[in-house]
Design a binder for this molecule. Structure first.
Ligand SMILES: [Zn+2]
Length: 347
């Protein structure tokens, strides 16, 4: 069974409502409640919540949910052309929100301008939201009514073309780790939280990420970061669809086991090569995201565009995986040239 409903997330100053669409597949259905749509699902069957584009330029997640929709309810599922599951096969309910933040989606951006939300320009810093808060806080609170009832959450994001595909989960949380493995990306980033995290984590408001807020509520949650934003890339969409199928198998909505995972676990937000000075950055020609790097290894150079001299030979600050490589050459002092995720053996 498939049902969908329009959902009003908040209201703009002009009175225009900010709306998005919620889908439900499988045993549960969306019904009209007194205060907007509600999910009516059997108590004993699992519910998975997924959303895309809470950073509106990260459109590949939206394309993933469209392809998944076609497989669950479209002709492909009826004819079996893609061998995909159908919504009738789901033992439980999948709730999907393809555009979680219409404000950033329409601006093809990551954050909103101050005029829309001066307190929380980044929607992924204010979960579980506040029904009486700022625009983003209200929008998050409205979506949390679905997300907060789920047994597992997949929050689809995408990185830039210069970032390796990976899945983030909370370090030390077994259930999140299992879901991350089921999604299938080769690189898993185990992010520490709370007391174990560094000060940057606190300063950047990471406690308000959907993944962190939900994990703290006991809902296993992962953030896949598929390749590329702004541009729909077939490989990223395919990786996302197969990841969703793996996650649905892991949660028992689909029959079968997810593919066995055989990748690397690393931790992020610490290692990098930083621009000592402003100029133009040229990465090493053979350096690609996902490559192993060692401490002191040359990763590129920054040169002065007018006098031509080399300002800096950039080197990795530790052993790890090249998790991001700046592809836009114009860099300012302090910018991250190469991000290095440090390989760890998870506890
Ligand atoms: Zn994002």
């Amino acid at each position: 069974m498939h049902t969908s409903r329009e959902l009003t997330l908040a209201r703009l100053p002009s009175g225009v409502p900010i709306r998005t669409t919620v889908h439900a597949y499988g045993e549960g259905e969306l019904v009209d409640g007194g205060d907007g749509p509600e999910l009516d699902a059997p108590e004993d069957a699992p519910v998975v919540y997924t959303q895309a584009a809470q950073h509106g330029r990260e459109v590949n997640g939206t394309a993933v949910l469209r392809r998944l929709h076609e497989r669950l309810v479209g002709e492909a599922s009826e004819t079996g052309a893609e061998g995909g599951p159908s919504a009738a096969d789901l033992d439980g309910t999948l709730v999907a929100v393809p555009v979680a933040d219409p404000l950033t989606f329409d601006r093809v951006s990551y954050t909103t301008p101050e005029s829309l939300d001066s307190r929380q320009p980044n929607m992924n810093r204010c979960w579980p939201g506040d029904p009486e808060g700022s625009l983003h806080e209200r929008m998050a609170a409205r979506l949390w009514r679905f997300a907060g009832e789920a047994d597992a959450i997949v929050d689809l994001h995408t990185g830039s073309p210069s970032m390796a595909t990976h899945t983030v989960y909370m370090r030390g949380d077994e259930a999140c780790r299992g879901l991350a493995e089921a999604f299938g990306a080769d690189l898993l980033l185990a992010e520490a939280a709370g007391d174990d995290a560094d000060t940057e984590w606190d300063e950047r408001g990471f406690a308000g990420k959907l993944r962190v807020a939900a994990t703290r509520e006991g809902i296993p949650t992962i953030t896949p970061e598929l390749a590329h934003s702004k541009e729909i890339v077939p490989e990223a969409v395919a990786a996302g669809v197969s990841g969703m199928v793996g996650a649905l198998r892991h949660e028992g909505l689909l029959a079968g086991e997810p593919d066995a995972w055989d990748g690397v676990v690393a931790r992020n937000h610490l290692g990098r090569a930083i621009a000592d000075d402003s100029g133009l950055f040229v990465p090493e020609p053979d350096l690609a995201v996902g490559d192993r790097v060692t401490e002191g290894e040359r990763v590129g150079e920054v040169f002065d565009p007018t006098a031509f001299e080399t300002l800096q030979v950039a080197r990795a600050d530790r052993d790890g995986i090249a998790y991001s490589v700046a592809r836009e050459a114009t860099v300012t002092a302090g910018a991250t040239l190469v991000g290095v995720a440090e390989r760890i053996d998870e506890e």
